[in-house]
Each structure stands twice: as C-alpha cells, then as structure tokens.
Ligand binder design. Structure first.
Ligand code: AMP
Length: 540
C-alpha cells in the first residue's frame, strides 16, 4: 500500500507571490513607462499596497470570487497591480488582446462574462466601438490618473487612481483552492471563434517557478527583467509572477516597443534579461546597427512565439554578447514549455553548430512532457527525423477550453497543431503547422476568416490564403483569387474590400489572380501545393 506523505497542504496562490515579494524584496524596484508622463518608479512594497487597495475597491463594487475582470492594457504598473488584486481576490483576470478585431474583442468579453473592463487611455476609441456590444460590463475603468482619463461617448469612465484612493492598503486575501481560476486568455491560434484558456493559481505558480530556473530564464534578485511580451498574451510568459517570486527588478515598457525606445529603457534601467517575439528583436538589432550601439548590461534574452531565425541568434551571440534562450509555448501551455539552451559541452561547439541548436525549440522544462504522433495517433520515434504532430501534457497545460463541454485532450495529451521532430536527447524542433492560421509578428491571422471575407466579394469565385515567409513579420498572408467568369478584378479593389471587413494588419500583402486552385480528393484546396509554389515570394 502507498504511504501518504505527512506534509502540510498549503495552496499555491497568486496572493502568496505578492505578499512574498513585499515581505522579502519590499525595496526592489518596478519601473514603468506610461502612456502619458515620465517613467513611473516605485517599490514592490508600494505595489502590494496599491494591489490591496484595488482588491478592496473591486469588492466594494460588488465583485465576488469567480467574477471576471477584463483588461485591455499595455505592460505597465497599474496593469500589474490588477493582475494581483483580481486573481488574489479569487476573481479571474481576463487579459484581452487589443489587436483583435473589435467584433472578436466584444465576443471574448461577452463570452468570458466580464463585469469590469480595465483599459489604457490609448484604447479609448476601441472601448467606444465595443462598449455598446458588451452589455454585461458594469464598470469601465481607465488605468490612468484623473488628468489622462479620456471621456468616452456613451459610457461612464471611472479612473483607477481616484477609485482606489479611499480604500485600505490592507486586504485579507482569501484562502482559495489552488485549482480555482486565476487568469483567462483567449487564443485565436485555432479556427473559429477565439477559445479561452482558464489558468489556475497552481498552473501559474508552477509555470512561474519554472521560468526562474537557470536553464529557462535564470531569474534572480540580481537581474533586471524587461518583458516585451505583452501582458495580454499568455500572461507575458508568467514574467509578472516570476520576477516578483525571485525578487528581480521589473521594467515595464508600456506602449513603446520600437527599437530605439526599448534600447533606451534597457540602458537607463540596466536591464539584464528581456523576452519577446523575434520581430521585436529585429527592430532592436536594426536600431543598434544603424546607430553603432552596444548593450552595456543585457546578457540574456528569451525569445519565442515564432521561430527565432539563426542569423538573429548569431547577431545577438557573436556581435552583442547576449545569450539567446529560444522557447516554445502556446496560450494553452500557460507560458514556456520548452527551452533551447546550451549545456557545458555544447558551449564548446563551433559557432555555427551552436546557433543551429539554439534555433531549434529545445528541451521540455520539468513538468512538461512531449511526444509526436502520426496521423493514426501512433507515437513516433525520437530520432530527430520522424515528423509528427506535437502532443503535450503537464501540470500547466490546458485540459478543456473555457465553457467547452468536451475535453481538448486526445488520450490525455493536448494536440498542439504544430508538426515537430524530437531528437534522441529530447530537443524538439518545430517543422510545420497543421492549423490553418498565420502568425505575423507574433499574432494570429485566420486564413479561413480572410478567405470568407474575400469570397463575400461579388466577383470572387474562390479564394485561398496561405502564410508566406516574410523577413520582418515571420509570416504574412498571401491571397489567391479565382475571379468569377467574365469578371476582372484589380488588386486594390480586393484590398479596399477586405480593409472594411478585417483588422488592418490582417489585409494580405499580395493578391494573385489565378484561373483555378489545386483541389484534392476531399474537395479541399491543397495549400501545401500553394506553399511550394508561392512560399518564397516575400523573400526572393
Ligand atoms: P500562441 O498561443 O498565440 O502563443 O501561439 C502558440 C503557437 O505559436 C505555437 O503552437 C506555435 O505554432 C507558435 N510558436 C510558439 N513559439 C514558437 C517557436 N519558438 N518557434 C516556432 N513557432 C512557435
């Protein structure tokens, strides 16, 4: 018979991360670039006080455990306070991606049952557009001071600083079940409507702990961390939690994500670790090259969301002396699931071979297991050659989408929609994708939605959209159109038509008119053939 360990059962809670940070690293600094005004700077202890004030405020507004609070906000200090106040109170922090089309944004706010939406003043026009469609939202709260809180026609906008001011800086955090929902993020990396992933306190705490490990991002109180990865996208890879756990200085970049602004902040705040998608790093490197600059303190950068090009890894390593940690993860995996890193002996390898290894997506972190399967569900060998769908399981992997009836798992594993190889020593490499979506600058574009929008044009008979490699955005959409008989269309007409129906950055970079599209036995357009034919038009 198994024996049961005789240890305490204390839940892993987000409120505990906050209180730990205030108690152990109370004087550590959080720097935040604001939409208006100078850099904001305060301590972990100050942050905890305001988070507790906000927790009191939310409860005074009638919100209870299980209530959902949405946010449409940049990486800044008030957003950080909300992360802790909302989840710590047993409510759910629903971070919304402002790059979604307003219809999709309204859809996820309604689907999640958001009762409050916290937003940055930048997004006032977006709030004006969605508010009439979000009837469950009782309070719209601007994450700003009174002076910079805009009026939004048709709604009563409250201001967070005024709201929290009368409330106590103490709060009794509830002793929650660690399995309760803490944060919610919708992914549009699937076909159909965005799907919500409801993270538990336990999943976030474990994932954040793992992020601090030396082989992952190695976060400690000696580091200054600048998360470029947005707090509205997979919890900013859990960095807002990991930094407070570890006592690292936290530098929040706000809305300015261009190379010059990031470089200035990295230098002025002596940043040592950063994290973001490859597109951001391209902009940063370009700025350094054009201005003949070097980093004085940066030593490590976490990169993921899309494949990190080898040439960029080489530049960071060889020219700028920055160690690249290339990870893979998804909204469904809470944060980082694999990390590419070099062991002691691999550090001795020739430069090219080292970069080649880092360009792969790496080994799974403890707590995450990987396997690859063929079309019949059989496991494939870990030989670095066999290619199959990547399946993942672990303590912080989704089991079921928010409000879904059915499990998202197949035989206990989550199907990622990515095609990968795994080498005998566990190094995973993403080779392709089965999902019909395009990842541009780290954000998803649905090819199916674009095709549907294109065939709505009265002169279009058939349309197909594929993702094509792009030097800056990783992928961009290419639209192929078969016009109706005796109809002729101009590229600009199609672009104008789509611009009225989809988000601006979704509009395809190129439209090609063809007489027919390759169709397979089941009537589906053979996108593989199209990728072979047109896959290099943005790079040639
Ligand atoms: P999201 O849920 O929006 O974060 O997207 C997750 C998806 O992004 C994965 O399933 C992959 O398709 C892709 N992805 C994430 N990291 C990488 C990476 N390092 N290399 C290639 N693709 C990646």
């Amino acid at each position: 018979m198994q024996s049961i360990g005789k240890m305490m059962e204390r839940p892993l809670l987000i409120s505990a991360i906050l209180e730990h940070s205030a108690d152990q690293f109370g004087q550590q600094i959080i720097v935040s670039r604001e939409t208006h005004g100078p850099l904001h700077r305060y301590t972990f202890a100050d942050m905890a006080k305001r988070a507790r004030q906000l927790a009191n405020t939310l409860s005074s507004l009638g919100l209870k455990a299980g209530s959902v609070v949405g946010s449409i906000a940049w990486n800044n200090y008030r957003h950080l306070e909300s992360y802790y106040a909302v989840s710590g109170s047993g409510m759910v922090m629903h971070t919304c991606n402002p790059r979604l089309h307003p219809d999709q944004l309204a859809y996820i706010i309604n689907h999640a049952d958001d009762e409050v939406v916290l937003f940055d003043s930048t997004f006032a026009p977006l709030i004006k557009a969605i508010a009439p469609h979000c009837l469950k939202v009782k309070h719209w709260i601007c994450l700003s001071d009174k002076t910079n809180t805009p009026a939004v026609e048709g709604i009563d906008v409250k201001n967070i600083d005024d709201l929290i001011a009368p409330h106590s800086q103490s709060f009794h955090w509830p002793d929650l079940d660690e399995k309760s929902g803490a944060a919610l993020c919708y992914t549009s990396g699937t076909t159909g409507n965005p799907k919500g992933v409801l993270y538990s306190h336990r999943a976030i705490a474990l994932s954040a702990l793992s992020t601090c490990l030396p082989n992952v991002l190695s976060i400690s109180s000696q580091e200054a961390v600048l998360p470029v990865v947005p707090m509205f996208h997979i919890n900013a890879w859990c960095l807002p939690y990991a930094t407070l756990m570890a006592g690292a200085k936290l530098v929040l970049p706000g809305p300015k994500l261009d190379g010059a602004s990031l470089y200035d902040l990295m230098e002025s705040e002596k940043v040592t670790i950063s994290a973001g998608v490859p597109t951001i790093w391209m902009g940063l490197i370009q700025h350094l090259e054009q201005n003949n600059l070097k980093f004085s303190t940066m030593r490590r950068t976490g990169v993921g969301g899309s494949a990190m090009p080898r040439a960029l890894i080489a530049k960071f390593n060889d020219v700028y002396n920055v160690d690249v940690r290339h990870g893979w993860g998804m909204t469904e995996t809470t944060a980082i699931a694999t990390m590419s890193n070099l062991s002691d002996s691999e550090m001795e390898w020739p430069t090219d071979k080292r970069h080649e290894l880092v360009a792969k997506q790496g080994k799974s972190v403890f707590g995450v297991e990987l396997k690859i399967i063929d079309e019949d569900g059989n496991s494939l060998p870990r030989d670095g050659v066999a290619q199959g769908e990547l399946m993942v399981r672990g303590q912080w992997i989704v089991e079921k989408y928010h409000k879904a009836d059915k499990t998202a798992l197949v035989d206990g594993w989550f199907p990622t929609g990515d095609i990968a190889t795994i080498s005998p020593d566990g190094v995973m490499q993403i080779r392709d994708r089965t999902k019909d979506v395009i990842k541009s600058g780290g954000e998803w574009i649905s090819s199916i939605d674009l095709e549907n929008a294109a065939v709505a044009h009265p002169d279009v008979a058939m349309a197909a959209v594929i993702g094509v490699k792009h030097p800056k955005w990783d992928e961009r959409p290419l639209l192929l159109i078969v016009p109706k008989p005796e109809k002729s269309l101009e590229k600009q007409q199609v672009i104008d038509f789509l611009s009225e129906r989809v988000a601006k950055w979704w509009v395809p970079d190129e439209v090609i008119f063809v007489q027919s599209l390759p169709v397979g036995g089941t009537g589906k357009v053979q996108k593989g053939d199209l990728r072979l034919k047109y896959g290099s038009i943005f790079t040639d």
